[in-house]
Design a binder for this molecule. Structure first.
Ligand code: SF4
Ligand code: SF4
Length: 676
């Protein structure tokens, strides 16, 4: 393999941080939890290393171990953490305090948990500067404003006087970055810093981190579960699984020539915006093992499609497969490349058909909330969460509903389910307007209209057994003649969602996240509904489990001829499962067309910006990025004219005053822009 320029540059670079056989073990009662188990890798000066892994992989514990932020006991650290020539495991707590926040800074997913809500942003940054740089109050304040400017917070001097709640999510994360970089650290550890942000804001923050890293020469350890994000930002990538580092290498090699089956399977299991929607996602069977019940031999062997007898008995050692490319697999030299395509089964694609008949029609729907004045948080007003939305879903169709936080997509779903009462408009199911149904009629209607929520744990009663949970809707809708029939239907439904009948007597807490979501699906489908609203139904799942559930939802939709309204913030997932996609912005639908059309040739400027912000899990693919100004305004302060105009790169004078109509710009393709 030809050595790339990046590789050469990195080879010449000096090592800043070097982990050798790092172990973070927790002694909890009878259990020994090996949260980080023998991790070895390096971060060089002026580079970004992406640490990727699913829940429980040990990526965050690795970061906390580096900063010695874990309580000892129960945690016991061993190995070596060499940073700028010193082993951080050997220095005193006093010396470590200088390292934390001085030489190594850390930012987290949720800035609100790190910022003090009763102190201004500027004060908090200035305090951190005074602590580490011993400046006078005035100079520290000036430096704080300078840092806010550096992270591109507009009107930095004014913003410095504001409190955290007065800033948007993206702005707060910028403030956290400003604070973290104010001490001029050699290393910034960023733990899922963009996970809670909308995709357009995420892109802005990724650009900012990359920019600052170049400008200041700071090295970055970027922890994420998102392969697209890592492809976008990292020079080197470490793949972690159940406390082990399974593969480490240059970003190009990891994405194009992975040498570990787990990396390969992860790459094949994610829905991609740049791939055909008829490809089947590769599933990784089973789930990540509990850290106190790790399998013998290779820890990935129970899920590995390439496992051989030897893998079950002997753990593979680290092998250097190429310059700086490490893997932990017996069969690293026999793996295929990740871009092999797996089409969905022919019987499924042939069986998928959409009727011309309408399953759901929403007509001029509005949902307004009045907001009382809350001390400190602002004035009273009206939130126009859904503001005159009309669309139709055909029988057997999947309509994806996409938008960022506050766009109104979930409120729209709740109105259709009548979990919220619409302010105005009609919702027609089988020709009947559900907004005017009496409670008893609505209960009967719910047999045809089911929902699957994001958090299966929150939506399943922890005191009920799985059999009771799945069978309950049969009783509510009086769909069984006797207990035997009910039991048979429950078993049949469990099998349809890929679960064995032995689960009937278990409780939700005894199941994994993926299994719980299967139960939520079984409960929704046991009454043979016609329409299913999937509200962020796969968003809380780890990548390897997400593929299993997406494939399952797709199969069930086809075999049971279901109609889905698939609500999600994730455009790649929505594209994979939907026939058509509707994009919402600030309570309005701004574009609606066939899924491929919306993703490949979007017409509305907001859709264009949204699509251009979606991270692609390929470091070589860098589609043109359309940067948006600022962030989504509050739905209490909707701009006049086109509500997107303050952020639109193509705004003209008339956009300020004239609201564009949501009109058909060509057959079946709708957009709300004067110039589409
Ligand atoms: S060592 Fe065996 S089980 Fe482990 S990843 Fe390699 S092929 Fe799979
Ligand atoms: S109407 Fe104007 S502001 Fe609105 S999206 Fe179109 S060009 Fe942009």
């Amino acid at each position: 393999m030809k050595q790339s320029e990046t590789q050469k540059r990195q080879d010449q670079a000096e090592t800043l941080l070097s982990l050798k056989n790092l172990k973070s073990y927790f002694h909890l009662e009878e259990n020994l939890i090996k949260a980080v188990n023998g991790v070895t890798f390096q971060v060089k000066k002026n580079e970004i290393v992406g640490i990727v892994g699913e829940s429980g992989s040990g990526k965050s514990v690795t970061a906390l171990s580096i900063l010695r932020l874990l309580p000892t006991p129960p945690c016991q650290l061993s190995g070596e953490i060499r940073f700028q020539g010193r082993d951080l495991l050997q220095i005193s707590e006093r010396q470590m305090q200088d390292v934390r926040g001085g030489e190594i800074s850390m930012i987290f997913q949720e800035p609100m948990t790190s910022l003090n809500p009763v102190l201004s942003i500027g004060y908090q940054i200035a305090e951190s500067i005074r602590l580490h740089q011993h400046l006078q109050k005035r100079s520290a304040w000036d430096k704080a404003v300078e840092m806010l400017n550096l992270v591109k917070i507009p009107e930095a001097a004014r913003r410095a006087r504001q409190y955290p709640h007065e800033l948007s999510g993206g702005m707060r994360q910028r403030a956290m970055i400003a604070m973290a970089l104010s001490s001029n650290p050699a290393l910034l550890i960023a733990d899922e810093p963009t996970t809670a942000l909308d995709v357009t804001t995420q892109k802005q923050i990724l650009y900012l981190i990359k920019d600052l890293q170049h400008q200041l020469g700071t090295s970055v350890m970027f922890i994420t579960h998102n392969l697209g994000v890592v492809a976008e930002i990292a020079d080197h990538v470490a793949i972690m699984y159940a406390g082990r580092l399974l593969e480490y290498g240059e970003v190009h090699d990891i994405f194009h020539y992975p040498k570990h089956p787990y990396s390969l399977c992860l790459l094949r299991s994610i829905p991609r915006l740049d791939a055909s929607k008829n490809l089947r996602l590769e599933e990784i069977p089973g789930r990540v093992p509990a850290l106190n019940e790790l399998p013998q031999g290779c820890i990935f062997h129970p899920r590995c499609p390439y496992a051989i007898e030897r893998c079950r008995e002997q753990e593979p050692p680290y092998t250097q497969v190429d310059d700086g490319h490490l893997t932990m697999c017996w069969r690293y030299d026999q793996l295929p490349q990740p871009d092999k395509k797996v089409s969905e089964p022919a019987n499924l694609s042939a069986a998928r058909e959409t009727s011309a008949m309408s399953a759901l029609r929403v007509v001029h729907l509005k949902k307004y909330f009045s907001v009382k004045k809350i001390e400190m948080l602002g004035k009273a007003g009206i939130v126009k969460a859904v503001d005159d939305v009309s669309f139709e879903v055909k029988q057997g169709e999947v309509l994806g509903l996409v938008g960022e936080s506050g766009c109104g997509k979930t409120t729209l779903g709740m109105c259709i389910l009548r979990l919220l009462e619409a302010t105005e408009g009609q919702i027609l199911i089988n020709g009947r307007d559900v907004t005017s149904l009496a409670e008893r009629e609505m209960t009967a209607m719910r047999q045809h209209l089911q929902v699957i929520f994001q958090d299966p744990y929150g939506s399943l009663n922890p005191r009920m057994k799985i059999g009771q949970i799945v069978g309950e809707p049969l009783l509510v809708h009086k769909l069984t003649a006797n207990p035997q029939e009910k039991q048979a239907k429950i078993i049949d439904m469990l099998e349809k969602v890929g679960l064995d009948r032995i689960h009937i007597d278990k409780y939700p807490h005894e199941l994994s996240g993926g299994q719980r979501q299967r139960i939520a699906i079984a409960r929704a489908l046991i009454v043979s509904p016609k329409i299913v609203i999937c509200d962020e139904a796969v968003s809380a799942l780890d990548v390897s489990i997400q593929a299993q559930i997406i494939n399952l939802l797709k199969e069930l939709q086809t075999t049971l001829h279901l109609t889905y309204l698939f609500i999600s913030h994730d455009v790649s997932v929505v594209k994979h499962i939907s026939d058509r996609i509707a994009i919402m912005y600030l309570g309005k639908m701004v574009e609606l067309a066939a899924a491929e059309t919306v993703c490949q040739t979007p017409k509305h400027p907001y859709t264009q910006a949204l699509i251009s912000s979606v991270p692609i899990p390929d470091p070589e693919k860098k589609p043109e990025y359309i940067a948006l100004k600022d962030e989504i305004p509050s739905p209490m302060h909707i701009p006049p004219g086109c509500r997107f105009h303050p952020r639109c790169p193509f705004m003209q004078e008339r956009c300020r005053t004239e609201e564009p109509e949501f009109r058909e710009i060509s057959q079946g393709w709708f957009a709300a822009c004067h110039f589409a």
